[in-house]
Design a protein around this ligand. Structure first.
Ligand code: HEC
Ligand code: HEC
Length: 354
């Protein structure tokens, strides 16, 4: 281990503890904001460290922990499958070179094992899918949502639908949602990576670089490549071949600004100003990364095709330092561009006019 790891790992570990990883398990919670007791509100407040607290009409859900799983009376075979799903979620690198082609685990972005409000909790997908998704223009189920993060965020080749690992991983999401009614229509507290306050000045990559170097480079590197200790990823990459590709949700500046504001620097969430979060997001999301798997071979055409549903929020296909971002054939560490599993769907009973 070099100096930087020695100096900063304790910060990361302290952060993880503050976020509730490894703390004594407290009971799962499912309530509307207005029904929370003072104690429950305090518990949520300690979890989210400075993010806005639940509004009256918002649904607050704190999922069960792995300790709760062991203590539960679920069938041992269920426990085994949920453990496998959890293990895939936090150590997705075990699928490196097969399904994952960058340095990410699911938990690199979905904080506290996918349970954290404001840190991309994953259980909402288990209660509100199947549903229509603008990103691909059809009705998606939970497996398909997971396929999306494999394709873009992990720059990968998704697990097969219906495979044992896919069942385990989707079951982990469903189990986290324990106690939340299917298709609950309440607004979910801290879903996704909520957008920070609007910046006073338009997000700017030049200012962003300065703020990045002051707040992020110590862990993620000046070159954004992150850090590895042998094969083990210590800090994941923010750009370049080891990072998420141009089609990933977090390549949208507002999403990365929300992620950054509420989750980074690790262990100090909500410490940056909104302006810094936007500027840093503008900088990071204007660095090169693997091609969008939906690339048609023509950058202008691809940007246009997905402009309304996606790329109007990214810098893909725009000019930066005299170059067009994303104008290349580099798919990163994989030897294909688009995984075969991506397809449209037809619910007309075969009557769809092609
Ligand atoms: C590089 C960051 C990143 C990684 C890695 C990542 N995701 Fe995501 N994920 C996102 C973003 C961004 C969203 C969209 C959040 C939003 O809607 O604002 C998302 C959304 C989701 C959702 C939907 C949540 C909801 O509220 O409906 C699920 C489920 C999910 N991811 C599962 C996974 C799984 C499983 C993996 C690992 C195979 C994974 N993600 C890896 C960034 C990531
Ligand atoms: C103390 C070290 C540390 C600092 C400082 C830090 N990060 Fe992170 N960051 C991490 C770790 C560790 C993860 C993975 C989280 C996990 O696995 O629990 C991460 C994950 C991320 C991710 C999602 C995964 C990826 O690689 O895309 C993004 C984006 C990110 N950080 C951005 C930032 C930004 C922007 C800053 C500066 C404001 C920052 N980080 C500061 C340690 C750090």
């Amino acid at each position: 281990m070099n100096m930087i790891f020695k100096k900063f790992l304790p910060v990361a570990v302290a952060g993880a503890f503050a976020m509730g990883i490894g703390t004594v398990s407290a009971a799962p919670l499912t309530k509307l904001g207005k029904d929370l007791t003072d104690e429950e509100r305090e518990r949520v407040s300690q979890m989210v460290q400075g993010a806005p607290l639940p509004k009256d009409e918002e649904l607050v859900h704190i999922p069960p922990t792995m300790e709760d799983l062991e203590a539960s009376d679920l069938h041992p075979k269920m426990k085994e499958a949920i453990r496998r799903g959890h293990d895939l979620f936090v150590n997705t690198q075990q699928l490196r070179g097969k399904n994952v082609f960058n340095n990410m685990n699911c938990s690199s972005c979905h904080m506290a094992e996918g349970t954290m409000p404001y840190g991309g909790p994953v259980w909402p997908a288990a209660i509100d899918l199947p549903a229509y998704r603008g990103k691909n223009g059809h009705v998606n189920n939970l497996e398909e949502r997971i396929v999306g993060c494999f394709t873009y965020s992990m720059n990968g080749k998704p697990l097969e639908y219906g495979s044992d690992d896919m069942l385990a991983l989707s079951l982990y999401h469903q189990w986290l949602a324990t106690g939340v009614p299917m298709f609950a229509k309440d607004k979910i507290y801290g879903r996704g990576f909520p957008r920070p306050g609007e910046p006073e000045n338009a997000p700017d990559a030049v200012r962003g670089k300065v703020a990045y170097e002051a707040n992020c480079a110590i862990c993620h590197g000046e070159d954004g490549a992150g850090k590895k200790d042998g094969d083990k990823v210590i800090f994941p990459a923010l750009w370049g071949d080891d990072s998420y590709n141009w089609g990933a949700g977090i390549a949208r500046v507002f999403t990365l600004a929300g992620f950054t504001k509420h989750n980074m620097p690790l262990g100090k969430p909500n410490s940056l100003s909104d302006q810094d979060a936007w500027d840093i997001a503008q900088y990071v999301d204007s660095r090169e990364r693997p091609q969008d798997p939906r690339y048609t071979g023509d950058i202008k055409e691809t940007r246009e095709m997905y402009l309304d549903t996606f790329h109007k929020h990214t810098l893909y296909g725009t000019e930066m330092d005299g170059k067009i971002l994303g104008d290349h054939d580099n798919a990163g560490h994989k030897d294909f561009l688009k995984p075969e599993i991506l397809r449209s769907r037809d619910f007309t009973g075969g009557k769809k006019a092609e």
